[in-house]
Design a protein around this ligand. Structure first.
Ligand code: NAP
Ligand code: HSE
Length: 428
């Protein structure tokens, strides 16, 4: 039987997950491919670290990146993360005509254009199903299944760690750091978890989805990116009282050829289709001009779900290695996206003002909002005998983000404002 020789860079959460599936599903993989997959060499940082198992009796471990490609493997699987060594390894493999499978969204979002061009030039595969949505087959869906559609919007929960944290905070009232520590323990978080909680990881994934859905490059630094680090239990609790849940949303909308894109925490009505996506689960809600709405849902992080996506790419390369399909386009379309100013986005909003409880406060708040065309839909004021500041919460009708920001700037100058005003958009 044909042997496919794999060089594996990284044997952490995803690397071990992949190796476990290859071992457990060996017979099944043979049926699918007519081949046996052998992880020949594994690159790690710390050779003395105890490993749960050895992928294959012939596998050797190394800490020397130069050794990884020495035996000219059939496929390089890059699962170390980061944008330095991972970049060097992938580039070297592609230059040698070796196909690559990676889960590295940070690298693809920032240097994908260069690496995909190189793969195209060399006629080899650079596959990245696991880079977005963990186990959810969204990359293949955009490349193949929805290829005939113009995608008008994508709204996703794309970070398992952030979603796990928000779920634990709202359902179990865990504090932020306890929830983050547990997400790290479970293998959901990035090596640097600020990428997860600051929205950067979700933005990396959004940049990849934009490329696959629209065939244009949205410069990463131009994306609006807001994370969940400032979100408090207080706001989560007010949202619940008002019938909403908080989610970290990644969204791109197409309007007459222009794209409006960003990552931000938002309130979703409890009956929203994305509101029930909890824990490490991700979901991607797409609208195609022919197919209409479609939602993909599944585990967005973790060893086996992510390993499943990596293995799908390996199988795809083994079966179709003469006809690779890296981007879903005949030639990778690398034109820059036409961008709609992110602050022009219009939505309903949640405001929490932290104010001194004295006459005229509500009128002053409403007055400034009115000046900026922001109309109040609901209001709550909670008196607290023990605290100097009282929270005042407003839900508004649809308003432009730019106007919201300007109004807050003005409101926060009032002497009755005790803490800076908190504001989040509400998704319909
Ligand atoms: P991880 O658990 O931190 O594992 C990283 C592996 O790479 C470890 O085996 C580590 O070696 C090795 N490594 C790191 N830096 C190295 C270096 N400079 N030289 C040699 N080896 C090095 O990471 P992971 O969670 O598996 O994530 C891997 C990739 O998958 C990342 O790009 C991540 O963004 C992506 N991803 C992860 C998930 C997830 O759920 N975790 C989901 C989707 C995508 P040691 O074992 O010796 O430390
Ligand atoms: N750290 C990422 C997350 C892993 O939590 O979603 C999956 O890409």
């Amino acid at each position: 039987m044909k042997k496919v020789r794999i060089a594996l860079a990284g044997f952490g959460t995803v690397g071990t997950g992949l190796a476990k599936i290859i071992r457990e599903n060996e017979e099944w993989i043979k049926k699918r491919t007519g081949a046996v997959l052998i992880i020949e060499k594994v690159l790690v940082r710390d050779i003395s670290k105890p490993r749960p198992f050895v992928p294959h009796p012939t596998t050797t471990f190394t800490t020397n990146p130069a050794e990884l490609l020495e035996g000219n493997p059939d496929i390089l699987v890059e699962l170390i993360g980061g944008t330095s060594l991972a970049y060097e390894l992938i580039k070297k493999a592609l230059e040698k005509g070796i196909s690559v499978v990676t889960a590295n969204k940070a690298l693809l979002a920032t240097r994908g254009k260069e690496l995909l061009s190189l793969a195209e030039e060399k006629g080899v595969g650079l596959y990245f199903e696991a880079s977005v949505g963990g186990g959810i087959p969204i990359v293949e869906t955009l490349k193949e299944s929805l290829a005939g559609n113009r995608i008008t919007s994508i709204t996703g929960i794309l970070n398992g760690t952030a979603n796990y944290i928000l779920t634990q905070m709202s359902q179990k009232e865990w504090d932020f750091s306890t929830a983050l520590a547990e997400a790290q323990k479970r293998g959901y978080a990035e090596a640097d978890p600020t990428l997860d909680i600051e929205g950067i990881d979700a933005a990396h994934k959004l940049a990849i989805l934009i490329f696959l859905a629209h065939g244009v490059v949205y410069p990463f630094e131009k994306l609006r990116v807001e994370g969940i680090t400032d979100l408090s239990l207080k706001d989560i609790s007010f949202a619940q009282e008002l019938g909403y849940v908080f989610k970290l949303i990644a969204q791109v909308k197409e309007k007459s050829g222009y794209l409006q894109a960003g990552v931000f925490p938002a309130l979703l009505p409890k009956n929203h289709i994305l509101a029930k996506v909890d824990g490490p689960y991700n979901a991607i809600l797409l609208n195609g001009n022919a197919v209409g709405p479609i939602m993909l849902y599944g585990q967005g992080a973790g060893d086996l779900p992510t390993g499943s996506a990596v293995l799908a790419d390996i199988i795809s390369l083994v079966k179709n290695n003469k006809q690779v399909n890296n981007t879903g386009f005949i030639e990778s379309p690398f034109e820059p996206a036409k961008i709609l100013e992110p602050l022009s986005v219009v939505s309903e909003h949640y405001f929490r003002f932290s104010v001194l409880d004295k006459p005229g406060v509500l009128a002053a708040l409403a007055g400034v909002l009115g000046e900026y065309n922001i109309s109040i839909a609901q209001a709550i004021q909670k008196a607290s005998p023990s605290e100097r500041a009282v929270p005042v919460v407003f839900l508004t009708h649809r308003a432009r983000l730019k106007d919201v920001k300007k109004a807050i700037k003005e409101i926060d100058k009032f002497d009755f404002i005790v803490n800076p005003t908190v504001h989040y958009p509400i998704l319909p």
